[in-house]
Design a protein around this ligand. Sequence first.
Ligand SMILES: *Cc1c(COP(=O)(O)O)cnc(C)c1O
Length: 339
Amino acid sequence: MPDRNAARDTDIGIVDVAAARQRLAGHVRRTPMIEALALSTRHGVPVRLKCEHQQITGSFKARGATNTVLGLSQAQREAGVAAASTGNHGRALAYAAKAAGIRAVICMSSLVPANKVEAVRALGADVRIVGVSQDDAQLEVDRLVRDEGMTNVAPFDMAGTIAGQGTLGLEMIEDAPDTEALLVPLSGGGLLAGVALAAKALNPAVRVIGVTMERGAAMYASLASGRPVEVTEVPSLADSLGGGIGLDNRFTFSMVQRLVDDVVLVSEVEIAEAIRLAYMELGEVIEGAAAVGMAALAAGRIALRGPVGIVLSGRNIDMALHRRIVMGENPDLAGAGHG
Ligand SMILES: *Cc1c(COP(=O)(O)O)cnc(C)c1O
């Protein structure tokens, strides 16, 4: 019973994921899991894609944010919610707050691409640009919590967030029970921890592999050190994977340490190639963070023993950047639209 152990060690168990699923019904999409026949043929095993880039707000973050918002008390609803976000979590929380009729303040660093800032504003949230890192943005959130009694809805290290993201793991194993390995994008680890918890509760034998970019992979460095460590934030095509895991990490570090079988890294060129592949061969627009699973597969980083499920985690890429990549460029650094 791996789920019981999970509940004891981390305060988050499969019961929380099941509760999240009930709460989320009718509020977020149950996205399709499709077989990518061209990839299955190429790799010799069924390759299936969880189309979470088709989720409301363009990423799976809608699950965790909505789960937490729907679980707030009346007093918490009245004070509103706040978050520091590289974009997709802010967008998801803005959407969830608006749907629930409550106030949202989203704090972002100046590294966040302009298209993501605008998307959050368009959802009616109050956007504040603070500093040059996720940590700077978080200081402003801490102030809002202290001075205005707002609730900080965290992008990954929070029980409601992890349980919400875990619903995606339930759906993947239900839709493809023969899955042998899941490839899941990894940054702060809310997605990976939730998916690993849920998937292994349904099938303890499934391998769950985190994939992240070579540049500034905080969870990877932390796992190697045996404790949460800081890394320098560097612009990447996978901008949604930027940011640290928090030196005071409560849930995701220990859950990833315990539940995840492996973490693999991909390069910027490999991410660009996977974005191109998704568009040219599958007709799907995905962002850099969502492309890492396909990138790891294409680069031969995954030992294949059976059917693979890959999470396409989001579609929120600057379309001018996407066009350049599809035309064959491998944009570097500031080319990713940061600054
Ligand atoms: C946030 C995000 C991730 C990483 O999720 P974590 O829970 O922080 O590991 C991956 N892909 C996309 C598109 C995201 O928005």
